[in-house]
Write a protein that binds this ligand. Structure first.
Ligand code: FES
Length: 325
């Protein structure tokens, strides 16, 4: 079977049973991947023509025109045209399972904790990726808030009342505790080869991957205009403003706006949802890269608000934080 790869316009020959990812790697086509098991979404490709089987395709059917598949789980079933992400956006940090020791566990707000870990071997990751952490009462996914070169890993953990895992953390975790970490995972990472402006939108502990993306961009010298909208219900739900103030004072191309949805009389911050702020302050987003992280309803609404203002859906990178305690 012949597989034409766009946008690099290379034609490959696929044999029956080979995964699309193996085909791409065997032929040295740059492609992002991480978990190799269908969990992280990093290896997502678009089927332009032809038929591809795999779990990302609708159940019992084949993916074809315009549908996305996970290359690590998909097999080519006919002559195809497959679109892979631009080569300059590729990251390949294979997922590892590492032992980690807690070096700090501190309060950031009433219900958010900062967890810092030292792993037994270095973990490479792209800004914005996440890892699975195994605590004494179960495993949960959290995004890295820092950069790989920091040496230690930082996570922001919301304690969910009655949550099976997180409600126990204040009693279970202390400096010196051991955890297991599996990562990196996720495709919502910083794209560095972009000269236009960037809009980041975060709510709650969605600030963690967005901080990583902001630092990754600013500290590597990207001079793009970078804006952040950080949403919370009330001032008491905010955390991490010290990080944002430091970035804003260190980098002239970075600015941020706090949006409070349930504090209509607040004098200092924007009164309304982050999507209201998008509508009011960002009328034209066609050349922008957009990074979203937070509650699923916010991510969905913000994505819609951005595409309505011209953002290309292919240039919107999103991490939805599904509630799990
Ligand atoms: Fe394919 Fe993670 S590498 S889904």
């Amino acid at each position: 079977m012949e597989v034409r790869i766009t946008p690099i316009n290379k034609t490959l020959t696929a044999s029956t049973g080979t995964t699309l990812l193996d085909l791409l790697r065997d032929n040295e086509v740059p492609i992002s991947y991480s978990c190799l098991s269908g969990r992280c979404g990093t290896c997502r490709c678009k089927v332009i023509e032809g038929e591809v089987s795999g779990p990302a395709a609708a159940e019992g059917r084949l993916a074809n025109n315009g549908q996305y598949v996970l290359a690590c789980q998909s097999r080519v079933e006919s002559d195809c045209v497959i679109e892979v992400p631009e080569p300059d956006e590729v990251v390949t940090f294979p997922t590892k399972t590492l032992k980690a020791t807690v070096t700090a566990f501190e309060q950031l707000s009433n219900d958010v904790r900062r967890l810092r870990l030292k792993t037994n071997k270095p973990l490479e990751y792209a800004p914005g990726q996440y890892a699975n952490l195994t605590f004494p009462d179960g495993t949960r996914a959290y995004s890295m808030a820092g950069l790989a070169e920091d040496g230690e890993l930082e996570f922001h953990i919301r304690l969910v009342p009655n949550g099976r895992v997180t409600s126990q953390l204040d009693n279970r975790i202390k400096v010196g505790s051991s955890l297991k970490l599996n990562g990196p995972l996720g495709a919502s990472y910083l794209r560095r080869k972009h000269e236009g402006p960037m809009l980041c939108i975060a709510s709650g502990t969605g600030l963690a991957p967005i901080l990583s993306i902001l630092r990754g961009a600013l500290e590597s010298g990207m001079s793009n205009a970078i804006h952040l909208l950080f949403g919370a219900r009330t001032e008491a739900d905010l955390y991490g403003l010290n990080y944002l103030n430091t970035l804003a004072s260190d980098f002239a191309n970075f600015s941020y706006r706090i949006c409070l949805s349930h504090s209509p009389d607040h004098q200092e911050y924007y009164n309304g949802l982050v999507t209201d702020a998008v509508a009011q302050h960002f009328p034209e987003l066609s050349d922008w890269r957009i990074y979203l992280a937070g509650a699923p309803a916010m991510v969905e609404a913000a994505s819609l608000a951005c595409t309505k203002r011209g953002a290309d859906i292919e240039r919107i990178y999103a991490d939805a934080f599904y509630p799990s305690g």
